[in-house]
Design a protein around this ligand. Structure first.
Ligand code: CDP
Ligand code: MG
Length: 815
């Protein structure tokens, strides 16, 4: 890279031109933003389709006629012999007996809390009870029930189930809506299952809650970020909408935390139909195992109380003992472990044991391809004992029917965000008591079962009652941006009575069930201010409005906008879309090396390795293969999850549309593929800054070459990090004589501090595109006038930098 000085007059011309360009960009945002009413953005168009009512529905007569028809339909349904099976199934659910009571409670109270074990019928029955009651009363056409689900898959499968129970196809009285996909039900007299995010977006729009009569917030015990957010929003709504009915549903028995939150609202707990599960703690095992008791360590043993430790030998021994001791009775063994590494260790130990050949060992983990995951549901062939080694994915999201024995390590892996270090800390730690009970319950689905806890009753007593809510564990910038975009917050009143122009993010979040760490909120606000999404008064800027609508992590949203303006949208679309979903690269347990090599192969040909660009490459090849009908085959060969690839493709389309709706068109002059790769790489810096590390090669010592190390930021600090092993960037690609920078998406601490989602860069784009970088440490060409400096990078990008404010103006030239 060369730093070139220009002659004064050239400089003045360029400075002027670029300055105007820059101003134009900013004006453009503002103007286009003004012309566009917020509800016309693409995602809101989708909302219209899902939520809005045709005008004829406001007509009272029409409504009455419609209700009468629904009433007749409901009567026919109840007497239909075609639905006998459905009726029998529904009537066998624990919730059925409470039907009238639940309906009455909902009618009489604005908010109620309903708790009941997993499988008792909450999700499928409660909305139906309400709808059926109104249908039979002749007010069916007036209800519009929205049920939120934290997970996409659950929303679809439950909607399908309920449509089946009503003897219909989806899209009549039952529908679903998840991001990128929806089958809306008819506008009135219907149930919509949607993800929490979909309802939140709807509430952000102008029409807010109007048209909805019942909001059912399901699975609140999971305490995911969006559900906790929705709880705040709904609680704020209640006063202004006295007729709306809200049902909070949870699988944990203790409802007091929710009832208190909603001003001591009434609660109903539905008794379950689980078979009893006998629980054994670690201290119970020696007497239980008799001659085998030697496999249990003596007490008290420090390593078992240790937070980090998982005793895989003990766990493997107990599993094999269960298989022997209960040889007469069948039933699968489900073992909960913290992560894939522990699953592999236990599997290896089990296979080495004498009885290992009589076990059918099935790992269940989110990184395992879907096909392999499904085998956990298969029945074991005669003579084999099924052993499922799972993470907490099997706690609530996946149900294996034939489990009779649960072996609970008591541990899980959990990410905890540390705002001071801007780092996610991934640790193995004790689960909560609530999780332990949920794990135990998995043994009692078919008949009376057994749960073996690999910890003492004392440890159980010291576990947290509930897990830490997501709001207290993750970075909050996306949430804070959504809060600013909420209409409800904008109309909040000031102490003097007038509406406040800028509502306070902190005071809003303090209203949460369990408010987040204040430092995390401040870190998020600072990041949003750095990105230019909110100003120093915390008011949403025009850029911020677009970022909120894009609904991707704000850092990637900004990259998208610059990508569009600079004529290299395509790769940035893929990177931003991918940032919304889990990593599409999967690793089958016995082919991990092969999968790693395949992933690295997508980075070959890039002069600087990059995880994001490897993914862009993989996506483009997949898209080409899909056009030939070879998409699935390609995924199989390249260890990619086809579902995630499709989601990324759908998301790209949606992002493109949202950008267009916001008036941001891609530059008509597109960059060449080669140049756009360069620019995309640099835009990663623009978006992810200050997540930057620079290389530091250790000299060879006594003939041993050491792996390169990386230090964070530009200044010499002691923050050393390693590139995560899943990265495509390997030591081989690095020349120890060169100096590299890398930009990363996330810093995670496990045994060491790793950076994930990395892209290598030559030094200049880093210095230039990291907007507010202080360039003082770099040499400034003495011939440049004033506070401006001009830099040219590899012939395709030219910069003007205002050293007073760190503003960067840039010009692109085709290479
Ligand atoms: O919400 P909760 O866990 O209380 O139960 P649910 O989801 O309403 O499920 C009630 C019953 O419906 C379950 O025990 C399943 O037998 C059945 N079900 C199903 O077969 N397929 C689904 N997608 C959902 C539920
Ligand atoms: Mg449920």
């Amino acid at each position: 890279p060369a730093i070139v000085g220009l002659r004064d007059e050239e400089l003045a011309l360029m400075e002027d031109a670029l300055h105007r360009l820059h101003l134009e960009m900013e004006n453009d945002f503002a103007q286009r933003q003004c012309q566009l009413p917020p509800d016309e953005a693409q995602d809101l168009l989708l909302q219209k389709e899902v939520f809005n009512l045709p005008s004829c529905y406001s007509n009272r007569e029409y409504l009455n006629a419609e209700s009468a028809a629904l009433c007749q339909e409901a009567r026919n349904r109840l007497s239909s012999s075609l639905l006998t099976e459905q009726r029998q199934v529904r009537q066998s659910l624990p919730l059925w007996r409470q039907r009238q009571k639940i309906v009455d409670m909902i009618a009489k109270n604005q908010v109620i809390v309903l708790t009941g074990e997993t499988g008792s019928g909450k999700t499928t029955q409660v909305p139906q009870f309400v709808l059926e009651d109104h249908e039979l009363n002749g007010t069916g056409a007036e209800v519009r029930i929205v049920v939120t689900q934290p997970r996409r898959i659950a929303a679809i499968s439950v909607a399908e189930r309920v449509a089946w129970e009503r003897g219909e196809l989806l899209g009549k009285s039952v529908g679903y809506s998840i991001r990128l996909e929806s089958v809306p039900p008819r506008p009135r007299g219907s149930i919509l299952y949607c993800t929490t995010g979909i309802l939140l977006r709807r509430l952000q729009g102008r029409e807010g809650v109007s048209g909805i009569t019942h909001i059912i917030i399901d699975e609140v015990h999971e305490r995911d970020l969006e559900t906790d957010f929705l709880l705040i929003v709904v609680r704020e709504l209640l006063q202004n909408y006295p007729s709306i009915r809200v049902v909070i549903m949870s699988a944990t028995v203790d409802s007091s935390i929710y009832t208190r939150y909603f001003d001591y609202c009434p609660a109903i707990a539905v008794p379950g139909m689980m078979h009893p599960v006998q629980v054994y703690y670690l201290e119970d095992l020696p007497s239980l195992m008799g001659q085998y008791s030697f496999i249990v360590p003596k007490f008290p043993k420090a390593r078992i109380a240790d937070d980090e430790e998982v005793d895989v030998d003990l766990i493997a021994n107990v599993i094999s003992w269960i298989a022997e001791a209960f040889a007469q009775t069948d039933g699968a063994i489900l073992c909960f472990l913290p992560g894939l590494d522990h699953i592999i260790m236990v599997k290896e130990r089990l296979l080495k044991m004498p009885g290992g050949r009589r076990l059918m060992i099935l790992p269940l983990h989110s990184q395992i391809p879907a096909g392999e995951q499904r085998s956990a549901f298969a029945r074991a062939p005669i003579g084999l004992r099924k052993v499922v080694l799972a993470t907490n994915i099997a706690e609530t999201s996946v149900t294996i029917d034939d489990v009779v024995y649960v072996v609970d390590s008591g541990k899980m892996k959990e990410k905890q965000y540390n705002p001071a270090l801007n780092m996610n800390i991934l640790r193995v730690q004790w689960t909560s008591q609530a999780s332990a009970r949920q794990r135990q319950g998995r043994a009692g689905r078919v008949r009376a079962g057994f749960c073996f806890r690999m910890y003492t009753s004392q440890v159980f007593g010291s576990m947290l009652e509930h897990q830490i809510p997501e709001m207290q564990r993750v970075p909050l910038e996306e949430l804070c941006l959504q809060i600013k975009a909420l209409a409800i917050v904008a109309t909040e009143t000031t102490p003097s009575g007038g509406p406040s122009k800028h509502s306070n993010i902190v005071s809003f979040l303090l209203k949460a069930l369990q408010p987040p760490n204040i430092n995390a909120v401040h870190a998020a606000i600072r990041l949003l201010q750095d990105l230019g999404a909110i100003d120093h008064l915390e008011d949403l800027t025009s850029l911020g409005m677009i970022l909120a609508k894009l609904a991707v992590p704000p850092r990637f949203g900004k990259m998208l906008i610059y990508g569009a303006l600079l004529g290299c949208l395509e790769p940035v679309l893929t990177m931003a879309a991918a940032a919304c979903f889990r990593d599409p690269f999967v690793a089958p347990i016995n082919k991990r090396d092969e999968a790693d090599r395949m992933r690295e192969s997508f980075s070959v040909g890039l002069s600087y390795g990059s995880d994001q660009l490897a993914l862009v490459n993989a996506f483009e090849q997949w898209a080409a293969a899909s056009l030939q009908g070879q998409g699935l085959l390609f995924c199989e060969q390249c260890f990619l999850a086809p579902i995630t690839m499709k989601l990324i493709a759908g998301m790209r389309q949606q992002l493109k549309k949202t950008l267009a709706e916001a008036g941001i068109q891609e530059q008509s002059i597109r960059l060449s593929v080669q140049a756009s790769i360069h620019v995309a790489r640099s835009l990663l810096v623009a978006g992810l800054y200050p997540n930057i590390a620079s290389s530091e090669f250790c000299r060879e010592s006594r003939g041993i070459k050491h792996a390169p190390r990386w230090r964070l930021g530009f200044k010499v600090r002691n923050d050393r990090v390693l590139i995560h092993p899943t990265s495509v960037i390997t030591e081989k690609q690095l020349n120890p004589e060169s100096h590299y920078y890398l930009v990363f998406q996330e810093k995670v601490q496990t045994s060491q501090v790793f950076v994930r989602g990395c892209t290598l860069l030559p030094p200049l784009p880093v210095a230039l595109l990291s907007w507010k970088v202080n360039l003082c440490s770099d040499p400034v060409p003495p011939e440049l006038p004033g506070d401006w400096m001009v830099l040219e990078v590899e012939g395709w990008l030219k910069f003007l930098i205002d050293r007073r404010c760190g503003h960067v103006l840039l010009q692109l030239r085709e290479a």
